[in-house]
Design a protein around this ligand. Structure first.
Ligand code: TYD
Ligand code: ZN
Length: 408
């Protein structure tokens, strides 16, 4: 573990604004009995005085985060599958229209996006260091190289396949600690009129919507339009578009191009204005937000303790990485939450990182409804609540905590 003295992007000074306490790696679900080997680090975020990039203070080693046992599967929800189908359709219609186009995805996970290009016969390559999910992609017929993306990987890909028309990333760019090396890699790989498109958690959602559970070790950076504009400029690109999307509660899809090659979307200016209003670059405003985050913890824990005191049961619903942040920050363990149900086979039968709450299949919830369900996968609320209508019909109540604690 390293404590950076400087911003990972511009070397400016990073001022700490929020401390979420000791935390494990967010997706390191444990086999029962293996808890003693767990690694813990301090989860805290700070803002760069110069480029305004919100980022972690400490980070965990990437080869531990994205090992063969990495459990997250991007195809895990119908919403995500639909989303990437639309992304593919649009890229095919707009950017990949030339002769023999080529797309590279940084962190292709289980191939949820690239599968569409494989089926359309479009040249593509996924760069994915986590073998487990990379194998799922390969099984779909997706081309994958099992390694981390950086400048040397980019040189290698360029030599083997030529330059790319599109370099894409979804929830990946924010996890690459050496962001300067990544940007130089994109510069090496991208064709002169190509685009670098990436969709990432948005600092504005995390701050304004109080979605602080998006903060965990895999997310080293919490981009804003302003900080991405600084980044684009620093590495010889221009931020030409910023679109708001809803996958994990509110992200931005950024499009970077070589300067002067595209028309600038009015969304960039509009979002810059809104970010300034929200005080996203202001340490004082961010400290007020941090105080609010502490209040959420107090309220949620009080609610769970009351439910227990009344002799009622509460079960967790969904064990996303966000649940790791939330349970460890709030000190929620199996005494307050006996189990969490989750549809991911690789998580079932394991314990949540740090908080050691058993993860069970959905049947454990549906077979014996509790009075309350704590919705950690709140970004999939519509999909989950529709599926679990019977729970509500039987009088079951959902507990959500973003943007504040509520029982519905
Ligand atoms: P996701 O939103 O992709 O979150 P993160 O990036 O924070 O890990 O994960 C959603 C989790 O919720 C995932 O573990 C699968 C689970 N889930 C269910 O258990 N049931 C469902 O119906 C849905 C949509 C998700
Ligand atoms: Zn900086």
């Amino acid at each position: 573990m390293t404590t950076p003295t400087a911003c990972r992007m511009c070397r400016g000074t990073v001022i700490e604004v929020l401390d979420l306490g000791p935390q494990p790696s967010a997706n390191a679900f444990l086999a029962p009995g293996s808890a003693d080997l767990e690694m813990v680090y301090r989860l805290a975020a700070g803002i760069c005085e110069s480029c305004t990039l919100l980022q972690l203070i400490d980070d965990t080693p990437p080869d531990l985060r994205y090992s063969d046992t990495y459990r997250y599967e991007a195809s895990g929800s119908a919403g995500a599958r639909r989303h990437f189908a639309q992304v593919a359709e649009r890229l095919l219609a707009t950017e990949l229209t030339g002769a023999d186009p080529f797309i590279v995805e940084i962190g292709c996970n289980d191939g949820v996006l690239l599968d569409h290009f494989a089926r359309a016969g479009v040249r593509h390559l996924g760069v994915e260091p986590s073998k487990g999910v990379a194998e799922l992609a390969m099984a779909k017929g997706v081309n994958v190289t099992t390694e981390f993306f950086g400048t040397s990987t980019a040189v290698d890909i360029r030599e083997r396949f030529g330059r790319a028309d599109v370099v894409f990333g979804a929830n990946t760019i924010c996890s690459i600690t050496d962001i300067a090396d990544l940007m130089r890699g994109v510069d090496t790989l991208l064709s002169d009129d190509g685009v670098f498109v990436f969709e990432e958690p948005y600092a504005d959602t995390i701050v304004r919507k109080r979605a602080f559970d998006q903060i965990y070790d895999e997310h080293v950076f919490y981009f804003s339009v302003r900080s991405v504009q600084e980044m684009a400029h620093r590495f010889g690109f221009e931020l030409v578009d910023a679109e708001q999307i809803q996958q994990h509660g509110g992200e931005i899809r950024y499009t970077l191009a070589r300067p002067g090659t595209r028309t600038l979307s009015p969304m960039v200016g509009m979002l810059l204005f809104r970010e300034a209003e929200a005080g996203l670059a202001d340490p004082v405003a961010l400290r007020a937000w941090a105080a609010d985050v502490q209040n959420t913890r107090t309220r949620l824990v009080a609610l769970l303790e009351n439910i227990r005191a009344e002799g009622h049961r509460v079960v967790g619903y969904g064990a996303p990485a966000k649940a790791t942040t939330m349970t460890n920050f709030c000190g929620i363990g199996p005494d307050l939450l006996p189990f969490i149900c989750d549809s991911t086979p690789g998580k079932q039968g394991r314990l949540t990182p740090g908080s050691h709450i058993p993860v069970r299949p959905r049947d454990a919830f549906a077979g014996d409804y509790p009075q309350y369900a704590l919705l950690f996968a709140w970004n999939h609320a519509a999909e989950i609540m529709a599926k679990e209508q019977e729970f509500s019909e039987q009088g079951g109540k959902w507990i959500v905590y973003v943007p504040g604690v509520r029982v519905i």
